[in-house]
Design a binder for this molecule. Sequence first.
Ligand SMILES: *Cc1c(COP(=O)(O)O)cnc(C)c1O
Length: 343
Amino acid sequence: MKMEKKNIDWANLSFGYMPTDLRFVANYKDGKWDEGTLTGEATVQMSECAGVLQYSQSCFEGLKAYTTEDGRIVMFRPDLNGERMENSCKRLEMPVFPKEKFIKAVEAVVKANEAWVPPYGSGATLYIRPFMFASGPVIGVKPSDEYQMRIFCTPVGPYFKGGAKPITIRVCDFDRAAPNGTGHIKAGLNYAMSLHAIVDAHKAGFDENMYLDAVTRTKVEETGGANFIFVTKDGKVVTPKSNSILPSITRRSLMYVAKEVLGLEAEEREIDFEEVKDFAECGLCGTAAVISPVGKINDHGKEICFPSGMEKMGPVIQKLYDTLTGIQMGRITPPEGWIYEIK
Ligand SMILES: *Cc1c(COP(=O)(O)O)cnc(C)c1O
């Protein structure tokens, strides 16, 4: 039986939160996770002294469900989100929620909210937000004894209405992550400390911050929530290598597509900021927008303008974008294991 879709103006949705019918909740107590359940309750009640409220012990994930051209509902590489969340939990002394259970729970949430999955061709998608936080009281600094895992989903509009226009970013004087810190995990705290930098960037008229490595300030890291890919003048795709970058699933997938599908040279290596002025194209990658083209980088008043300009994506980035979104929407045969069908 096909479920009746919600009466939503899909094409004009924003990238915002809209509570749907059901979400997944599991609780960790006395050293173990309970079974977990779907609930209609969209609010959370907990101790005023909960570890997440006092010491920010929390992490999250973000992935999407899509309706394919032939009407199936699919997710893109949810196993990698499950794996990454396991790593986030380990680094934050939180109990691991096993990735097999993670995938099953995410699938249950999407299935339960099928009526909220945007139709093919609308430009909208279903954004899925798994997250975990310390719910038990903690006052002396230590990991909490109790945790809650939740997964909600919300339909979101196309990240860029009317197509992706290149953005302008600035080199940032704040740091996002330290070597041996938490930059490589999806911790809420990484975002809390980036908020001042992004508000400041917006005030100055820039769309995003480019963070450089915190030690030498000579190497490119990432933005607050997206990894960089660059295209060199001789058509090679390069992306920064660093232990303090969040391993973006979109970026890893694009690098694979560049090499194995498009037959381009693709390399993950340290990238000096000095090299950037010689690149042909630049893009930011993440689940939300797939790729946002960067037209211009402002380094303390000095501008780097990419030859691809401020009107459209560069040709290589456009090809990468078309191929990956084609795979996600079921128009292009995916590499083995990339598409998880909700049945
Ligand atoms: C989530 C995130 C990304 C993008 O990762 P995807 O898996 O591609 O969505 C990039 N950088 C940071 C800091 C992130 O938190």
